[in-house]
Design a protein around this ligand. Structure first.
Ligand SMILES: [Zn+2]
Length: 74
């Protein structure tokens, strides 16, 4: 998996969320894999060998959490 640079993180998130959920960059999220609390805008995008892109936890690639593993934090 290779990290790729995203120019417009808000637009990318909107376009690529697996369930079409709208997440704002300033939303606070918690990764259920590594328990990191972060702002959604800190996400990373990793690309696998097949060219598939994944919205990942800021701790990626050490953490395998992706956007579907994030829960809301008040
Ligand atoms: Zn994580």
């Amino acid at each position: 998996m290779k990290e790729i640079e995203v120019q417009n993180k808000q637009q990318y998130l909107k376009k690529n969320h697996p369930f079409g959920e709208i997440i704002k960059l300033e939303d606070k999220k918690k990764c259920i894999h590594c328990e990191l609390v972060f702002l959604a805008g800190e996400y990373k995008v990793l690309k696998d060998r097949n060219g598939e892109e994944y919205i990942c936890c800021p701790n990626a690639p050490e953490c395998e959490g992706t956007v579907i593993d994030w829960i809301n934090v008040d």
